[in-house]
Design a protein around this ligand. Structure first.
Ligand code: TGC
Ligand code: FAD
Length: 392
């Protein structure tokens, strides 16, 4: 499988990017074409993550790229981060998920809420890919409503005792450090729980038909004792801690899914030009052109939406509801672009030789994680009406 060297960019959105952003995108595109596309179908079939790519991603600055250079990060703009996510997800949502979790859900909370010692220890290791992180918020009985979480942390002198379980955790079994959110007498707090801590296990969840190339795990905390200084994130209390991290990751997803959509759109366009039925390329039929025109229009609108949110994010003016709109809209259109692309390939569209079914299946997870489509709809609904509809 090969990928084109040029991004699909009908509206010339590239004109709105800086030279540095264009360079980051081109470098990531080359990486995905050369290192990801040749191996990803095999990994998806085998349900394995391409872990040989972790250190190269670190070396190229793909992990936590917006964080400052003093922690070994690249200090890039939000748009550059988004373009990285776009290119990684053009390869596979598993790669973008890995980078989202590492950068937005593990490095970001350590950077934003951690002590100087925690930052100095973990951020360079996570930026280089020497260490892997995961983020434990969801529980078996609390997905869309994390405020009900049962995982509990109780202070015992200079230590905390953690009990509970988390579910559906990306990178869980391979992580060196888990950011675990737990209820305390003082509200919800974040803890860094290191691999190998007695009582802490992370069994992998197998049998997924989506995100097959991503590691998904449970986290089990059975009387886990951690030192406060090393483990507790001192800088935040309450649900706004994990939700603040989700803003970062949801933003990256709004960009990333367009990469998956581009892969499917390009595949459908190439096929439509070469596949002949009724003595002419199927690209010449009006019904095919309507599908392609719709796909490229939604892709371009998604790119503009993501870029506008990126600029507002760097200006410090973006609202969580605007990020919800970008995540909700772009995942939804990406899912539909992939589905329409599949129809253009006819029967061939179901083959693993083409990336479409893999992306379609992946986007089912992306539609649900980081806040379901419905949750983001309700966030926007609350922003425009002033009435929260979450609790009936
Ligand atoms: P609510 O009462 O609205 O808010 C509680 C506190 O949080 C603050 N807040 C936010 N802060 C920062 N960013 C946001 N987006 C925020 N939204 C709310 C809020 O101001 C309040 O602060 P304070 O100081 O007043 O206490 O909370 P709620 O319980 O009503 O919940 C609201 C709701 C439903 C939107 C929220 O629970 C939600 O977003 N649910 C969805 C859960 C979710 O997204 N889970 C994702 C798990 S991680 C994951 O999926 C990773 S996938 C990784 C990968 O592989 O890529
Ligand atoms: P539920 O919350 O049970 O929702 C089921 C359905 O009910 C959805 O359609 C939902 O929109 C709807 N619904 C719920 N409440 C309402 C309401 N008030 N109004 C209208 N509709 C409602 N979590 C982590 O913490 N860390 C991770 O790294 C992580 N990685 C993941 C990786 C994968 C592959 C997947 C699939 C999930 C991952 N998750 C992770 C979990 C993910 O965030 C949750 O699945 C998601 O938040 C939804 O929770 P749920 O699956 O329990 O669905």
């Amino acid at each position: 499988m090969s990928g084109s060297s040029q991004m699909t960019d009908f509206l010339e959105v590239r004109e709105l990017l800086t030279d540095e952003e264009r360079m980051v995108q081109a470098q990531a595109r080359q990486f995905v074409n050369e290192r990801v596309l040749p191996v990803i179908e095999r990994h998806a079939q085998d349900q394995t993550f391409p872990s040989a790519l972790i250190r190269p991603m670190g070396e190229l600055g793909f992990l936590g790229p917006t964080l400052p250079a003093r922690y070994g990060c690249a200090g890039l703009s939000s748009a550059a981060y988004g373009l990285l996510m776009y290119e990684l997800e053009r390869g596979d949502s598993a790669l973008r998920s890995f980078a989202s979790v590492q950068g937005s859900l593990v490095m970001y909370p350590i950077f934003a809420y951690g002590s100087e010692a925690q930052k100095d220890h973990w951020l360079p290791l996570l930026a280089s890919g020497e260490a892997i992180g995961c983020f434990g918020l969801t529980e078996p009985d609390f997905g869309s409503n994390p405020s009900g979480m049962r995982t509990r942390a109780v202070r015992e002198g200079s230590r905390w005792r953690l009990n509970g379980s988390k579910m559906w955790i990306t990178n869980g079994s391979v992580a060196d450090v888990a950011v675990v959110w737990a209820r305390t007498d003082d509200g919800i707090r974040g803890f860094l729980v290191e691999k190998g801590t007695p009582g802490f296990t992370a069994p992998e969840m197998k049998g997924k038909w989506s995100l097959r190339a991503s590691v998904t795990s449970e986290l089990v905390l059975d009387d886990v004792l951690v030192e406060e200084e090393r483990s507790l994130l001192p800088g935040v209390k309450g649900l706004k801690g994990p939700l603040g991290c989700l803003n970062q990751a949801r933003f990256g997803i709004a960009w990333g899914v367009l990469g998956a959509a581009e892969a499917c759109y390009q595949c459908a366009l190439d096929h439509a030009r070469s596949r002949v039925q009724f003595d002419r390329p199927i690209a010449g039929f009006q019904l095919t052109q309507e599908k392609l025109a719709w796909m490229v229009t939604e892709l371009a609108k998604g790119q503009l939406l993501a870029l506008h949110v990126a600029r507002r994010k760097d200006a410090g003016t973006v609202t969580p509801a605007q990020i919800s709109m970008a995540k909700m809209n772009n995942v939804s259109v990406a899912r539909e672009i992939c589905a329409r692309a599949r129809t253009i390939l006819g029967a061939s569209g179901i083959l693993g030789e083409y990336p479409i079914m893999r992306h379609m299946a992946n986007l089912e997870s992306v539609y649900t994680y980081e806040g379901t489509h419905e949750m983001h709809t309700l966030v926007i609904g609350e922003a425009v009406t002033g009435i929260s509809a979450f609790r009936g």
